[in-house]
Write a protein that binds this ligand. Structure first.
Ligand code: HEC
Length: 74
């Protein structure tokens, strides 16, 4: 099992990820994804909000998607 040290890498937007994306699950969910394109991260964040009920404010969505694509996407 990976150690519980998984954390979001620091960078612009990482605070949003820390505050909004660790409420329901660990950062592993993001860190273990392959490097996926922007369309995936847009759809993923939309799903977290619309389907699972993440409370991420709408105006933070593009900042967070930029962070995810730059840090964990391609
Ligand atoms: C905006 C920050 C954020 C990001 C980025 C994020 N999550 Fe999730 N997330 C889930 C659930 C439920 C799953 C599916 C778990 C499963 O299938 O085992 C999931 C799964 C995932 C996955 C795995 C791929 C997939 O689509 O199943 C990723 C990546 C992910 N979340 C990213 C509930 C949440 C909740 C709870 C309200 C919040 C907040 C949340 N998620 C916030 C976030």
């Amino acid at each position: 099992m990976p150690k519980e040290t998984a954390a979001f890498k620091a960078g612009p937007g990482s605070e949003i990820a820390k505050n909004q994306c660790l409420i329901c699950h660990s950062a592993e969910y993001v860190l273990t994804q392959p490097r996926l394109p922007r369309a995936f991260w847009e759809a993923n964040v939309a799903k977290m909000r619309d389907k699972y009920g993440a409370l991420l404010p709408k105006d933070q969505v593009p900042v967070l998607v930029d962070y995810l694509v730059q840090t964990y996407g391609k």
